[in-house]
Design a protein around this ligand. Sequence first.
Ligand SMILES: [Zn+2]
Length: 157
Amino acid sequence: MTESDVKEAVRKRDGHRCLKCGVSQDDHRATEGRGLDVHRTVPGSGYSLAPGVCETLCRKCHGSATRSPRGDVSGLARDVGAAVRAARSAAGVAQKDLAAVVGIRNTHLSRMERGRHLVSILSLLRIEEALRLPICSLLDPPRPVGDESSPAKKGKK
Ligand SMILES: [Zn+2]
């Protein structure tokens, strides 16, 4: 079976509907100009009919599933941003000075500290260097143990 055969079989199995919002293949084709997407719930896996591996999604639901595979990226951005801000104030460094050292715009750093943007690893390394911090102190924000609450429901039956 080719990849598109498998995708078509997954769509058929799921009744040609988005598993999250229920939009039908016909409605999707009318609004998006193409058929429903097949999303791989297991990162890095191939397309397969095995239970729980692939699910039929509309373009919108597929987009949100792909953007936050662990369902918690915004929480991570907030935690890391807060840690950066705390470390920066503790070091007595102004936002614009840190931004200049890291090589990013002040507004970018500000968004990052407010958790609106997830810092890149490269920026994090430079921040660590600028503030003379061990990187693990920025990457290990306080978090209750076992806080794995409700990641997006997988299509398991
Ligand atoms: Zn949908």
